[in-house]
Write a protein of this length. Structure first.
Length: 311
């Protein structure tokens, strides 16, 4: 899958170097909170799945395995999925749309290092094909030369973002900058800065809850979402007990599990009137895919009902 698999491996490489983000103190476990959730109307945001089986074994990351998720997602009530990489995107779109679902995003690296091509050349061929499908291009801004949280690579990053934005604009396709721990743009502040510098109407940002916890403190959640809101186009969430460099399993869990009450994220998004898609990240979660998806959408309904009921 081109550079996407390599990029996901960065997560494991940087675990030892990032400080554990705190979890809201005094909350009951998310599982207990979900169990006691009111049963009411959920939030109207489309709910999708991402990285189901990715990071567990090569077979699960294969295109055939990801295609197998399409009927499962439709049966369980998901609005679709997102995809790591570019290859196979159109096959996934056909499989999903035949069941009334959508491929919400494709994930691909953007390399800002001098002398590098910048991005997968397949992207130029794919973007025109995405026209009319509502699929967003997730760009993960990466560098080997420039350290995270610096600005030395901004000029090249903006140049590339504008180049891709121009191709995408002609096809009516949106771009969303995806923050990733260990990458050049690892914080929400980084992707918002680049989106503002690019200054293109079809360039926004994604809030990735797991990567936020890896580089920031949970107490800053509201401030960061408020800062990102003008550019916010997509959101991903997951169950968690906080970022732990010694225990990956605490960091990304099935939605509704772990000690962090993810309803706090949804309540802030509701307050900010965010109505775009929200997806679960299931990266590295081992187990039966249907079971993972079933538990996650049950938790989504409960957590989003709590957020929707908030005055």
């Amino acid at each position: 899958m081109h550079g996407a698999s390599r990029l996901w491996l960065l997560t494991g490489l940087v675990l030892a170097g990032v400080v554990l983000a705190g979890v809201v103190a005094g909350h009951p476990s998310a599982a207990a909170a979900a169990e006691n959730a009111p049963q009411g109307a959920a939030l109207p945001n489309p709910f999708f799945a991402y990285c189901v089986g990715i990071g567990t074994d090569q077979k699960s990351a294969s295109l055939p395995a990801q295609l197998e998720l399409a009927p499962m997602l439709a049966e369980l009530g998901y609005s679709g999925m997102a995809h790591v990489g570019l290859s196979g995107a159109m096959e996934l779109i056909r499989a999903l749309e035949s069941r009334g679902e959508k491929l919400w995003a494709v994930y691909t690296p953007l390399d800002v290092d001098p002398g590098q091509p910048g991005y997968d050349p397949e992207l130029k061929q794919l973007i025109p094909q995405l026209k009319g499908h509502g699929t967003v291009v997730w760009l993960v801004v990466n560098s080997k030369r420039y350290k995270p949280r610096t600005t030395e690579g901004d000029e090249r990053a903006v140049e590339l973002i504008r180049e891709i934005s121009g191709i995408a604009r002609e096809a009516g396709v949106a771009i969303s900058l995806y923050p990733h721990v260990g990458c050049y743009a690892e914080r929400m502040e980084d992707v918002v800065r680049l989106a503002k510098k690019a200054d293109r109407p079809n360039v926004g940002v994604t809030f990735t809850f797991c990567h936020f916890l890896a580089v920031d403190d949970a107490k800053n959640l509201d401030r960061v979402l408020e800062m990102a809101r003008p550019k916010l186009t997509m959101v991903t969430i997951n169950g968690t007990s906080g970022f732990d460099p010694k225990n990956f399993g605490r960091w990304i869990q099935v939605l509704g599990e772990g000690s962090f009450d993810v309803a706090a994220v949804l309540k802030t998004l509701r307050r900010l009137d965010y109505r775009g898609p929200i997806g679960i990240i299931a990266y590295g979660i081992k187990g039966d895919h249907r079971e993972i998806l079933s538990r996650s959408i049950k938790a989504w309904k409960q957590l989003s009902a709590r957020a929707a009921a908030e005055n």
